[in-house]
Design a protein around this ligand. Structure first.
Ligand code: FAD
Length: 473
């Protein structure tokens, strides 16, 4: 069969990984086709992930701050929430970004093909459009960026709209009176934060013995304390065994050490992780190896076992984060464009990838966590600066946070950092830079930080470690 479209590079999927790869490749002169099954470019992150969740979290923050302002003698009264307008705001934010991407694709002459792509050979993908028509695209090189989708717990009545994944929760169809969140990870807790601020009674169940497993326990505590104060009911070491769609409510059976008293909920959000789409693109027809869980393994240049096919983003492994996907996308495009030119051979060199939970307070970490350091038997020391001693945090009336830096005891180089508190996500990048540059404690402690800022806490944590600050406790 003759190909309908021919190109040098085909990018499958237009999330942060895919659009970054396609735009970079086009900028480097490659004739590029971008295949996307949904109407809008941007993937999970822009359409149903990072961006809409942060727009809603901003609204949640405004509600909370307005209510808290009576502490300063400023009273706004009880908020009235018009859900249509809130939804409209979120959609406007998303629309602005996805339209921007469409314009950027056009400007670069990246040809966007709408439809679901599936490999038919190592150099061809067939794209099935929504209208039932198919197109055969022949490529010399390919970058797979097909992302991931929410894990659906089996046995749940998924055809009932009251059972939601994160995409359903972001649709904001209503504010349920009683919301159950299954999974106390980043996505579950961000959504719990939004719905609680909008007035839902929120219950969270988590299988592990702490919220946000993966982050150090001390970082999670200020968030857990605040959720408790706000009336969010959190149940650790507990799982859902069954959920049934009753007429009045979703009836849930739990098992575990801290089961909730309630078992009837108006809506249930399942946020128990994401599954990579590697097994859903006909990879076998191209000879690409896919793991049992659906991940595609790649080398340090993002190549799969088929050398002219690259893979990036959520489907190549953890952490499933947008900034990892964009970094990988840029790298894969540059390697693809520089094929055959040893001067242009690049590979993955980033040491660390920061993680941020945009909860209230935010939790951010990068590099080696204290837990990991201890588990690996690394000899580390920790500098910890409590925000109760920060003028800026006191002025913000948010002193529950702290900044901690993890140093190698032998070299005094920074290995990791964890920050909890308002704007922690904005503060963690400095630590990422310090780790990438191999900074030692003195580099951080002696860098003059502006006063009064929360960013000072990074330098002060270094000063706590090197012994310059001694009178904190
Ligand atoms: P995706 O964004 O998943 O994009 C893949 C694209 O490929 C999709 O558009 C899909 O339609 C398309 N596709 C798949 N298969 C095919 C096919 N066969 N044919 C055609 N097209 C196909 N990360 C952060 O870093 N920060 C955050 O704050 C954050 N918040 C999040 C909040 C939520 C609720 C969720 C769900 C995720 C969040 N993430 C966040 C994770 C982030 O969204 C992902 O890591 C990121 O989108 C991955 O990018 P990607 O390019 O690998 O794939």
């Amino acid at each position: 069969r003759k190909a309908d479209v021919e190109c040098r590079l085909l990018v499958l999927g237009s999330g942060p990984g895919g659009y970054t790869a396609a735009f970079r490749a086009a900028d480097l002169g490659l004739d590029t086709v971008l295949v996307e099954r949904y109407d809008n470019l941007g993937g999970v992150c822009l359409n149903v992930g990072c961006i809409p969740s942060k727009a809603l979290l901003h609204a949640a923050d405004v509600i909370d701050q307005a209510q808290h302002a009576s502490v300063y003698g400023v009273d706004f009264g009880k908020p009235t929430i018009t859900l249509d307008r809130l939804r409209g705001y979120k959609d406007k934010v998303v629309g602005q970004l996805t339209k921007g991407l469409a314009g950027m694709a056009k400007q670069r002459k990246v040809r966007v093909v709408a439809g679901t792509g599936s490999f038919v050979s190592p150099n061809e993908i067939e794209v099935a459009g929504a209208d039932g028509n198919t197109q055969l695209i022949r490529f010399e090189q390919c970058i797979i960026a097909a992302g991931s989708q929410a894990l659906k717990l089996p046995g749940f009545p998924w055809d009932d709209p009251r059972i939601m994944d994160s995409t359903g929760a972001l649709e904001l169809a209503e504010v349920p009176q009683r919301l159950l969140v299954v999974g106390g990870g980043i996505i579950g807790l961000e959504m719990a934060t939004v719905y609680r601020a909008l007035g839902a009674e929120v219950t969270v169940v988590e299988l592990a013995d702490q919220l946000m497993p993966g982050a150090d326990r001390d970082l999670v505590k200020p968030l857990a304390d605040r959720l408790k104060k706000q009336g969010v009911s959190v149940h650790l070491k507990t799982k859902v065994v069954e959920a049934k769609a009753g007429e009045q409510a979703i009836e849930v059976t739990f098992d575990g050490e801290n089961m909730p008293d309630a078992n009837a909920f108006d809506r249930v959000l399942v946020a128990v992780g994401r599954s990579p789409n590697g097994g859903r693109i006909g990879a076998d027809k191209a000879g690409i190896d896919v793991t049992g869980r659906g991940f595609i393994e790649v080398d340090r240049q993002m190549r799969t076992n088929v050398p002219h096919i690259f893979a990036i983003g959520d489907l190549v492994g953890q952490p499933m984060l947008a900034h990892k996907a964009t970094h990988e996308g840029k790298l894969a495009a540059e390697v693809a464009a520089g094929e055959g030119d040893p001067d242009k051979s690049r590979e993955w060199v980033a040491r660390v990838i920061p993680s941020v939970a945009y909860t209230d307070p935010e939790i951010a970490w990068v590099g080696v966590t204290e837990n990991e350091a201890r588990a690996k038997g690394l000899k580390v020391g920790v500098g910890r600066f409590p925000w109760a001693a920060s003028g800026r945090a006191i002025g913000l009336d948010r002193t529950e946070g702290f900044t901690k830096l993890v140093f190698d005891e032998a070299t005094h180089r920074i290995l990791g950092a964890g920050i909890v508190g308002v704007h922690a996500g904005e503060l963690i990048a400095e630590a990422a830079l310090a780790i990438e540059m191999g900074a030692e404690v003195a580099d951080i402690a002696h860098t003059i930080h502006p006063h009064p800022t929360l960013s000072e806490s990074v330098a002060m944590a270094a000063e706590v470690y090197d012994g310059t600050i001694t009178d904190l406790y």
